[in-house]
Design a protein around this ligand. Structure first.
Ligand SMILES: [Zn+2]
Length: 78
């Protein structure tokens, strides 16, 4: 089973959030990302929010850096 991830750096945010979440299933990931969006970004739980998050899900593991964001030290991913 492939790993899936969502990277908060890809979403517009006034907090410049750099959190990335990963999970084995899209449902787990969606749930975790939804909780993060509500708790940290003050979003409201809604079908629209879930849809937006779902569109940000990628296959694989989070990259060390996304384009336009300064790279920062990260622990070994394995
Ligand atoms: Zn975030």
């Amino acid at each position: 089973m492939s790993r899936k991830y969502i990277d908060c750096r890809e979403f517009p945010s006034e907090r410049n959030c750099t959190v990335a979440l990963s999970a084995d299933s899209e449902e787990e990931l969606l749930e975790a990302a939804c909780q993060h969006a509500v708790a940290v970004h003050g979003e409201t739980e809604s079908p629209e929010l879930r849809q937006m998050i779902r569109q940000g899900i990628h296959e694989g593991t989070p990259p060390l850096a996304v384009q336009g964001v300064a790279s920062r030290p990260a622990p070994a991913a394995h």
